[in-house]
Design a protein around this ligand. Structure first.
Ligand SMILES: CC(C)(COP(=O)(O)OP(=O)(O)OC[C@H]1O[C@@H](n2cnc3c(N)ncnc32)[C@H](O)[C@@H]1OP(=O)(O)O)[C@@H](O)C(=O)NCCC(=O)NCCS
Length: 158
């Protein structure tokens, strides 16, 4: 998957070990309780985990602008992590990642997509609603760091 604006190209690619330093920096600026290096390394080893990055290419150089991690379990795609580097937000990257997850889900014959999101994360909730997700339940005090509830959201794969 590739798009181009003047000299900058964006491509969704498989995440690799070499991406982890950049990913950890994005993770730290994005979350109250960021995932650790070990958690990302474990994800890379899980067979049913899809770990993808968005690479921005400018000439010979490239950088990681964001990432998505989701699991394919039974007939569901379960979103585990999604973040976009601050300077590249509000340009449609997360929306693009969500479309990629749905396309992969469709291709492998999944029926539904699901995720948990902090009740206070208005930006992410707005994004997920735009992608067709609806709130179907709550996990009380799911986030132990802020004692927040998680909203459970679902969307059909259509
Ligand atoms: C949430 C996040 C992934 C969105 O990434 P993004 O690339 O900026 O999102 P997009 O540009 O694709 O936006 C898609 C839609 O999401 C919503 N949205 C995204 N950022 C928003 C903001 N700051 N305020 C309000 N709505 C927002 C909008 O509905 C937007 O559509 P619009 O531009 O047509 O209004 C990004 O803000 C982020 O990395 N946040 C920190 C990590 C996080 O919370 N991840 C989700 C965990 S569940």
């Amino acid at each position: 998957m590739c798009s181009e604006t003047n000299t900058v190209q964006v491509a969704v690619d498989l995440m690799g070990e070499k991406d982890l330093p950049e990913i950890l920096a994005i993770e730290k600026e994005s979350f109250v309780s960021p995932w650790t290096l070990g958690m990302f390394r474990d994800e890379l080893k899980v067979k049913h985990s899809q770990c993808l990055v968005a690479r921005l290419y400018s000439g010979e150089k490239s950088l990681v602008a964001g990432y998505i991690i989701f699991w394919i379990v039974a007939d569901e795609a379960h979103l585990h992590n999604l973040a976009v580097k601050k300077e590249f937000r509000k340009q449609g990257l997360a929306r693009h990642f969500m479309d990629v997850m749905k396309d992969i889900a469709k291709k492998v014959g999944l029926k539904t997509q699901t995720l948990e999101v902090r009740e206070s994360n208005a930006e992410a909730i707005k994004l997920y609603r735009k992608c067709g997700f609806v709130v179907k339940g709550k996990r009380p005090l799911y986030y132990t760091d802020t004692h927040e509830d998680a909203l459970i959201m679902w969307a059909d794969v259509k």
